[in-house]
Design a protein around this ligand. Structure first.
Ligand code: HEM
Length: 415
C-alpha cells in the first residue's frame, strides 16, 4: 500500500459511511478518504477503494475488472449448471454482467428500446399514474413524501415501462422490493436466499407474461419491443429478455427511490429561486438532477468490481476475487473538481457528467429515471407551490448503500 504512511489513523476512523457523522455530513469523510491515495485498502470491507475520477473513468471505459457479483471472493458458490433454477439461468446463464461480448450485444440490440422516442411514449403512461397518486393524496396540511409518493414511483414506472399486466402486479411487487438483495454483499445468507426465492417466483410470472404476449398483438411497450428484437437478432433470446427485465428492476427501483427523496429535499433546502430553473423543462431538470446528486452525496459504497484473476492494478497486487469499489462521490465537494462546491446551482456545468456512469455500462434507464423524477417533482410543486420541509428529516441508518430518510415530512401550506 504505497501511499499510506505507517502512522496514519486506521482507515475506518476516517471513512465510515454508516456513522451518524457521515449521514449528517459526508463531506469531511469523503475528502479525507480521497487524500489517502488513488487506491486505498479498506480493511473492514476487505476491499480496495478507487478515489480519483480519472482512474474511475478509465476503469468504466476499458473494464479491466469484472462486474459479475459471482466473481467476488465471498459470493455464494456458483452452482453447477445441472442444479440451476430459473434464477441462476437468468443471472449467470444470460448475465448482462458476466461476459463482455454478450453484454455489448445486448446493449447494442436493445438500445432502440431506451431511445428518447420510447421514453416519450412511456411518459404518456406514467404521467396519469403520478397524477392519480397526488389525487389520492388530496390536500393534507402535512404528508410524508417518501411514503405517499416516492415509494410508489419505481413500481409504477417499471410495470408501465415493461408492460406487466395489472393482474400480475401484486406478485411482482414483492420482488421489486427485494431483488437487489440477491447480490447485496452486506446482508445475511438467509436474507439473500429469501430474495432469491422471490426472484424465482417473479421469473415464473415473467415467463407466463412473455408467453401471453407472444400470442397477443404488438403493444407499445418494452416487452413487445424486446420480442421484436429477439425475432430479428441471433444470440438474443428469451433468457436475455428475462435477465434484462430483472436488471431494470434491480437497477431501477432503489436508485429511483433515493433520487426521489433527494430531489425534493435538495430543492426545498436551498434557495427557492432554483426550483423554477430546475423544473423549466425536462432538459433543465436533467442538469439539475446532476447537481442534486452532487450536492446531496447520497452514496455510501459506490460501484463494485472484482479482480478476475490475480493481477497488478494501479501499482498494487490484487488477489483474484477481491472487491474494488469505485467511488465517484468522493469528488462531489472537492474544490479541485467543482468551484464553490457548497453552493447549490442547478445550472452548474458538468464536464463530464458521470451521474449515470460512463462507457459500456452507462445506465440504461437514465432518460427514464430523469423523466419520471421530473414528472413527479413538477407535479408536487404544481399541486403545492408553497410546500416546505416540515422538519429536518431523520436519516435511516439501516440502508447500507445510500443515505436516505426515514420519512420526508412536507408542510403543504395549501390552506
Ligand atoms: C436516478 C436514478 C438512477 C441512477 C442515479 C442510476 C445510475 C446508474 C449508474 C451510475 C450505473 C452504472 C453502474 C456501474 O458502473 O456499476 C447504472 C447502471 C444501470 N442502470 Fe441505472 N440509475 C438510475 C435509474 C435507473 C433506472 C430507472 C433503470 C431502469 C429502468 C436503470 C437501469 C440500469 C441498468 C440496467 C444498469 C446496468 C447497465 C449495464 O451494466 O450495462 N437505472 N445506473
Amino acid at each position: 500500500m504505497t501511499e499510506v504512511a505507517e502512522n496514519l489513523p486506521p482507515i475506518e476512523t476516517i471513512y465510515n459511511p454508516n456513522s451518524r457523522e457521515y449521514m449528517e455530513n459526508p463531506v469531511p469523510q469523503c475528502l479525507e478518504l480521497a487524500r489517502r491515495g488513488r487506491l486505498v485498502w479498506y480493511e473492514p470491507w476487505q476491499a480496495w477503494i478507487m478515489t480519483r475520477m480519472d482512474d474511475i473513468m478509465a476503469c468504466w471505459k476499458t473494464e479491466p475488472l469484472s462486474s459479475d457479483f459471482y466473481d467476488w471472493e465471498y459470493a455464494p458458490k456458483r452452482p453447477p449448471e445441472e442444479e440451476w433454477s430459473n434464477f441462476e439461468r437468468a443471472l449467470i446463464g444470460h448475465s448482462l454482467l458476466a461476459d463482455h461480448d454478450h453484454h455489448r450485444l445486448v446493449r447494442r440490440v436493445t438500445a432502440p428500446a431506451f431511445s428518447r422516442n420510447v421514453v416519450d411514449k412511456i411518459q404518456a403512461r406514467i404521467e396519469p399514474e403520478i397524477k392519480k397518486l397526488f389525487d389520492e393524496l388530496g390536500s393534507p396540511d402535512e404528508f410524508d413524501y417518501r411514503e405517499k409518493i416516492a415509494f410508489h414511483i419505481p413500481f409504477i414506472s417499471i410495470t408501465r415501462m415493461v408492460g406487466i399486466p395489472e393482474k400480475y402486479w401484486p406478485e411482482i411487487k414483492q420482488v421489486i422490493v427485494t431483488f437487489t438483495e440477491t447480490w447485496n454483499p452486506t446482508i445475511s445468507d438467509e436474507q439473500r436466499e429469501s430474495a432469491r426465492q422471490d426472484s424465482n417466483r417473479a421469473i415464473t410470472i415473467l415467463k407466463k407474461i412473455i408467453d401471453e404476449r407472444r400470442n397477443a398483438p404488438q403493444q407499445d411497450d418494452f416487452l413487445s419491443t424486446l420480442l421484436r428484437i429477439e425475432a430479428e437478432n441471433e444470440g438474443f433470446e428469451e433468457g436475455d429478455i428475462i435477465t434484462l427485465i430483472l436488471a431494470l428492476i434491480g437497477a431501477g427501483a432503489d436508485t429511483t427511490l433515493v433520487a426521489q427523496q433527494w430531489s425534493v429535499y435538495a430543492l426545498l433546502k436551498n434557495d427557492r429561486s432554483q426550483i423554477a430553473k430546475a423544473l423549466a423543462t425536462p432538459d433543465s431538470f436533467s442538469n439539475a438532477f446532476s447537481e442534486i446528486s452532487r450536492w446531496g452525496i447520497s452514496s455510501k459504497m459506490g460501484f463494485a468490481r472484482y479482480a478476475p484473476q490475480d493481477m497488478e492494478f494501479m501499482g498494487e497486487q490484487l488477489r483474484k476475487g477481491v472487491m474494488v469499489l469505485m467511488m465517484p462521490h468522493l469528488k462531489d465537494h472537492n474544490p479541485d473538481y467543482f468551484e464553490n462546491p457548497e453552493k447549490f446551482d442547478v445550472e452548474r456545468v458538468f464536464e463530464p457528467d458521470a451521474t449515470f456512469g460512463y462507457g459500456p455500462r452507462f445506465c440504461i434507464g437514465a432518460a427514464l429515471a430523469k423523466r419520471q423524477l421530473y414528472l413527479s417533482v413538477s407535479e408536487l410543486f404544481k399541486r403545492f407551490p408553497n410546500v416546505e420541509l416540515a422538519k429536518e428529516p431523520e436519516r435511516d441508518e439501516s440502508d447500507h448503500n445510500a443515505v436516505v430518510f426515514k420519512r420526508l415530512l412536507l408542510k403543504t401550506n395549501c390552506r
